[in-house]
Design a protein around this ligand. Structure first.
Ligand code: M6R
Length: 609
């Protein structure tokens, strides 16, 4: 998604500023641009394509120094990914430059009005209207013009504004799209995302909803949308610098798949003490958890699959009613969340617009909010009553891998914690599941060691025109996740289905050209999966089975097999199944020469609806 990076302070080289923008690359983008100022001179350049290309087009200016700057990566929503639609956008009168993240919902209506006033538009974007709108209010003070303009805008917008008449000020606006300021010795850095500034600043000012910041060389002034001054709270940044090193791996995705045993070990270390679950920092009291009757869980994409696994696990071990939905549905549903219910939001980035909106809705209804998130200073973490940090470390590959298994591990531990408090699980059962959770990193390593074999299997399946992923029970979400991983990085149509539903439609797809991935560990639904496999075999479908080594039945029906270690508690097998599915998806995509870390059209952090 779009990324904003800005600067106001002592003179800094352009090359340094572009490095800042590069830290936002992982979010996914298609074009980029910069406006920078120093000593009476402006530099304005935009390009479709990557920051590296923008940098090449500015070779002779890279060592030039600038004291005010706005930079942007654009992920197209309105209008094609071409230079004309890239940011910054400049007003057609009064020389105001704007970078924008979000979506302006009433842009057509505003555009019409501004055209009548003589303003011209060059792009197809919704963003360009913000520049002309601010210009239409400009009477000599850029902040006053911004105060007036924001009141007319509907939708989500984080803005960076620079006026050619007052280039010693950078204006920042936050409304439903995150924005923060890093305070450093040389000046202030503006960013839509914490990773962009962690290596640059030690303190951050997180803009609140409907706040406007005016950055001068020495000062930050904060205002609300009515122009009333607000207090500036600087907070220490305590996350580590984002590593952009692939450490010998061909792609970040592969590196992140391989990091899973380590980050799951870290997760267990953080949330256990003397081999017992320990959520000491959790702000949800035992008294509250004992009484909780309803749980709602929301998330998007892969994180939603973690919600799905959690529902199965919680229903087995507690007497709590669990409802799950994707955040984009939850936010518009009349779901029956009430005071005292627990609302869990899961997100890698903590900035996903739909998840934040669903959370806010639940908050309004006085539910207790628990977030499971990989970014400590994120909007999600800050909006929640309580927060479980997933120590996956920064995830750069757009396809989520280690963040997912870390979410799962945190959620398994949290569910066991809850079941213990509610007395719905025996001590022995809990301890045995916990013991097996401790073995997961080791078992994952066993799967990773099969990488070469999985790559060979992937070669045989790479030409399949479409995939069906089937699973049952707690591995139905694994089927959804396997299909999502494959389609997002290989672009092969893939569908995840509960195997029991196959006869109700998807079976029509099966013939000798279709591939079916069957997830069938030896659990209490194994026999049902065996029947499904026979039905697929009878229709000559190509079967890839994910099974346990002890399975005596399935190998005879399968074209290819990936073995995963057999667990005593198969309910935690999603932590293993998914590693095999990730490696499979990765190898298929690699065979097809796809852009694995930044697949087309996708963004790492989906900050618009
Ligand atoms: O940052 P979040 O976890 O909230 O993101 C949710 C989804 O956008 C994300 O999981 C997406 O589906 C990934 N590309 C999946 O690999």
């Amino acid at each position: 998604m779009c990324g904003i990076f800005g600067y106001r302070g002592k003179d800094l080289q352009l090359v340094y500023l572009l490095e800042g923008l590069k830290k936002l690359e992982y979010r996914g983008y298609d074009s980029c641009g910069v406006i920078a100022y120093n000593l009476g001179k402006f530099l304005c350049k935009k390009n479709s394509g990557k920051i590296e290309e923008l940098k090449e087009s500015l070779t002779d200016k890279l060592n030039n120094k600038y004291s005010s700057a706005l930079l942007h990566t654009r992920w197209a929503t309105h209008g094609k990914p071409i230079k004309l639609n890239a940011h910054p956008h400049k007003s057609s009168k009064k020389n105001i430059h704007v970078v924008h993240n979000g979506i302006i919902e009433n842009y057509l209506e505003l555009k019409k009005k501004l055209k009548k006033k003589g303003y011209k538009f060059k792009s197809d974007t919704d963003s360009e209207i913000t520049a002309n709108l601010i210009a239409s209010f400009y009477k000599g003070s850029i902040e006053e013009a911004v105060f007036s303009a924001v009141k007319k805008l509907k939708g989500a917008f984080a803005l960076g504004v620079l006026s050619e008449f007052e280039p010693d000020k950078i204006i920042a606006v936050r409304h439903k799209s995150p924005l923060l300021i890093g305070a450093a010795a040389e000046g202030f850095f503006l960013a839509s995302d914490l990773p962009a500034i962690v290596s640059l600043a030690k303190e951050a000012v997180y803009l609140k909803e409907k706040q406007i910041a005016v950055l001068s060389a020495e000062k930050i002034k904060l205002y609300d949308f009515n122009g009333k001054r607000a207090k500036v709270n600087k907070e220490k940044i305590n996350i580590k610098t984002v590593s952009t090193n692939k450490k010998g791996f061909k792609h970040f995705m592969l590196k992140e798949i391989y990091q899973q045993p380590k980050v799951l070990r870290d997760t267990l270390d953080i949330y256990t003490k003397n081999n017992q679950i320990n959520f000491g920092q959790l702000k949800l009291t035992k008294k509250y958890l004992k009484g909780v009757k309803n749980i709602f869980i929301t998330a998007c994409g892969t994180a939603f699959h973690a919600a799905h696994v959690t529902k199965y696990f919680l229903e087995r071990h507690t007497n709590i009613k669990v409802e799950i939905d994707t955040s984009s549905e939850f936010r518009y549903r009349d779901f029956n969340v009430n005071k005292g219910d627990l609302f869990i939001a899961i997100s890698q980035s903590g900035e996903t617009a739909d998840t934040l909106a669903a959370l806010k809705k639940a908050k309004k209804r006085k539910a207790k909010i628990l977030s499971i998130c990989n970014v400590i200073g994120s909007s999600l973490a800050r909006e929640s009553d309580s927060f479980i940090y997933t120590p996956a470390g920064p995830e750069i590959g757009v396809a989520s891998t280690k963040a997912y298994t870390t979410q799962l591990m945190c959620l398994y531990l949290f569910c066991l914690h809850l079941a213990t408090i509610k007395n719905t699980i025996s001590k022995t059962n809990k301890n045995n599941i916990l013991k097996e959770l401790f073995k997961i990193p080791l078992y994952q390593k066993k799967i990773l060691r099969q990488n070469k074999k999985i790559a060979m299997i992937a070669k045989k399946f790479s030409k399949a025109g479409c995939f069906l992923f089937l699973g049952r029970g707690i591995n139905f979400p694994s089927a959804l996740e396997g299909a999502l991983k494959l389609k997002e990085i290989s672009y092969i149509p893939a569908e995840g289905y509960p195997a029991g539903e196959m006869k109700h439609g998807p079976i029509a797809l099966i013939d000798e050209y279709r591939a079916v991935v069957c997830i069938a560990p030896m659990d209490d639904l194994h026999e049902k999966m065996v029947s499904n496999l026979q039905e697929i075999k009878a229709r000559r479908g190509k079967i890839l089975a994910i099974i346990n080594p002890a399975d005596a039945e399935i190998p005879s029906f399968s074209n290819q097999i990936i073995y995963i270690p057999k667990l005593k508690f198969q309910e935690i097998s999603p932590l293993l199944v998914v590693v095999a599915l990730q490696l499979f998806a990765y190898s298929v995509a690699k065979n097809l020469g796809a852009e694995i870390d930044q697949p087309r059209n996708l963004a790492k952090s989906v900050t618009v609806e």
